[in-house]
Design a protein around this ligand. Structure first.
Ligand SMILES: C[S@@+](CC[C@H](N)C(=O)[O-])C[C@H]1O[C@@H](n2cnc3c(N)ncnc32)[C@H](O)[C@@H]1O
Length: 318
């Protein structure tokens, strides 16, 4: 049996200065990548099981219905037995679901949450003992670049779950340009959440069980570890709303009382009602995302959606 290779290109401490700078902005904002310590990754996995969280189920439904056509479109570009590079691989479940149709020669799972990734790959190797598995601990928001040769000349770059929505349109364009370079002569397969009714969107980010609230609050617990901060989680509450003009769901943490937060090398007083902006999740139209892919240099985007038009999977050459 093979063992997964693990390449650690990112250390948790690398992000400390960025998180602290975000806390000191006039409108405090900490990027969503700081959700993902091992506990945050486990909470995200729980979110994907919630009744309100339609993206994971809807994306899987599109694969179930159109998997053969999607695989044909991918293999026409990559050739047989591609290297799959899974960006934000999390528990690797979506990447592994591609194995039956694509028979990859190597699976490269990339994630900032390296501890969670290592555990997921160890489990995956037991299920696929002969497959070449590589885990890369990387913050691709800083730069999406892999060690030479790892992806090969014609990989499939796979970016599922509409994580691209965490980037504002100009940052998404920059990340897609880097994905295009990484894809070389291969292909990109990317999941994109679409504009829909406000109630559906807001429920998906504010579920009745409070799992998304816990996921959001966990960011403060992560900052307590990362920065030596003293956030008291009882003083903060989860807020989510859809801003239709900006076409994005926003998540915030709101102070329910005045508080002074200290961390190594800094501090900030928050007034009651003051917020920390923790996530944007942009919702696209098929036409808008097609235009973005073209602007990033992808020539012939095709896409498949579910019957309700809630989610889309795009395949495009590089
Ligand atoms: C919303 S989850 C999606 C997980 C999975 N791909 C899916 O579709 O269900 C986002 C994943 O991307 C990872 N991630 C977030 N920001 C990242 C970054 N800047 N660099 C690398 N990984 C990141 C997280 O750790 C998490 O596993």
């Amino acid at each position: 049996m093979n063992s997964p290779r693990l390449l650690q290109l990112h250390r948790d401490s690398d992000g400390a200065a960025e998180a602290a700078a975000g806390l000191l902005l006039p409108r405090a904002a900490v990027p969503p990548k700081f959700f993902y310590d091992a506990q945050g990754s486990a909470l995200f996995d729980a979110i994907t099981e919630l009744a309100e969280y339609y993206p994971t189920r809807t994306e899987a439904g599109i694969f179930a219905e159109h998997g053969a056509a999607i695989a044909d479109a991918v293999l026409a570009r990559t050739g047989a037995a591609p290297v799959i590079v899974d960006l934000g691989a999390d528990n690797c479940a979506k990447g592994a679901a591609l194995f039956a149709r694509l028979s990859p020669q190597r699976y490269v799972a990339v994630d900032i949450s390296a501890e969670h990734l290592a555990a997921s790959l160890a489990k995956l190797q037991r299920e696929h003992p002969a497959l070449d598995l590589v885990g890369v601990g990387l913050d691709f928001a800083a730069r999406l670049e892999l060690p030479a040769g790892l992806a090969g000349p014609r990989p499939l770059v796979f970016y599922a779950g509409s994580s691209i929505g965490n980037f504002d349109p100009s940052a998404a364009l920059e990340l897609l340009r880097q994905a295009r370079t990484l894809a070389g002569d291969g292909a990109l397969l990317i999941g994109v959440d679409l504009v829909k009714e406000t109630e559906v969107l807001e429920a998906a980010y504010d579920d009745a069980l409070g799992v998304t609230a816990a996921f959001n609050l966990n960011l403060l617990r992560h900052l307590n570890t990362l920065l030596g901060a003293d956030f008291d989680l009882h003083q903060w509450r989860h807020v989510a709303h859809f801003d239709r003009a900006a076409s994005r769901v926003e998540m915030h943490l709101e102070a329910s009382q005045t508080c002074l937060v200290r961390w190594r090398g800094g501090q900030r007083a928050f007034a009651a009602g003051e917020r920390i902006h923790t996530e944007n999740s942009y919702k696209w139209t098929p036409r808008g995302f097609t235009a973005l892919l073209r602007e990033a240099g992808f020539a012939e985007p095709r896409h498949w959606t579910d019957a309700r038009g809630w989610f889309a999977l795009f395949v495009t050459d590089a």
